[in-house]
Design a protein. Structure first.
Length: 235
């Protein structure tokens, strides 16, 4: 339940007595339910996360639920605490570079339980224009279970037919972190000095007060003349 809904419910509760002096006080079960709902809006719990995964229509939620259920209770508690830890999500950054047609895979540990998987994959076509696609993905994993994955791709012609060439950008997010919603901004794709760039800005909006303020990240990948470089940074 969002904070806005909770606040709305509180406003109704304040106005109700003024509407009618004869209005009955809420029953004990209803009062308990209200307290529980308010608490849920403040902090994600293990039961709340399980409910989120069970009701989610995201195809990856079912697999995440199966993996999460295999964890012992102590790890489940730590897992949901990591989900709503803003410091963990802001630590999810990257700065990488390499050469076209040579993929790269790097795992950076946050601690013993959490790590960040950073990959760059390049595919160069055999067409006359040598159409090339470079895909940059950064994934947060808790106990080996992926919870967020932000991906940006740039597609261009290494031998353009026209001056300036062809360039396209794509952005994709996979998110089973119930504590935040992640949306992409406008996808930018353009020619730059020495290559082509594609990128976007991600906005992570908290679903629970425990996460704190929203987080904005900028992710882009640039490629051309046999090289690529990729960046994910907080803004």
């Amino acid at each position: 339940m969002s904070t806005a809904v909770v606040a709305g419910a509180a406003a109704v509760a304040v106005l109700a007595p003024a509407a009618s002096a004869a209005t009955a006080a809420p029953s004990a079960p209803a009062a308990v339910a209200g307290v529980q709902a308010e608490a849920a809006a403040k902090k994600l719990t293990v039961s709340g996360y399980v409910s989120y995964l069970k009701t989610s229509k995201k195809p990856e939620a079912k697999q995440t639920l199966a993996q999460f259920n295999k964890l012992p209770q102590a790890k489940k508690v730590k897992f949901v605490n990591y989900l709503q830890n803003r410091g963990v999500y802001t630590a999810l950054t990257a700065s990488m570079k390499g050469t076209v047609n040579r993929d790269l895979r790097v795992v950076t540990p946050y601690n013993a339980d959490v790590n960040f998987l950073k990959t760059v994959r390049t595919v160069q076509g055999k067409d006359k224009q040598r159409t090339t696609k470079v895909t940059f993905t950064v994934t947060e994993r808790i106990y080996g279970i992926p919870v967020t994955s932000e991906q940006v791709s740039v597609k261009y012609q290494a031998k353009p037919v026209k001056p300036g060439g062809f360039v396209r950008g794509e952005a994709k997010v996979t998110n089973v972190n119930a504590a935040i919603g992640i949306l992409a901004g406008k996808i930018e794709a353009r020619k730059v000095i020495g290559g082509y760039l594609a990128g976007t800005r991600w906005t992570a909006t908290p679903n629970y007060q425990s996460f704190g303020k929203k987080v904005i990240k900028e992710q882009n990948v640039t490629s051309g003349f046999g090289y690529w470089k990729a960046i994910l940074a907080n803004r």
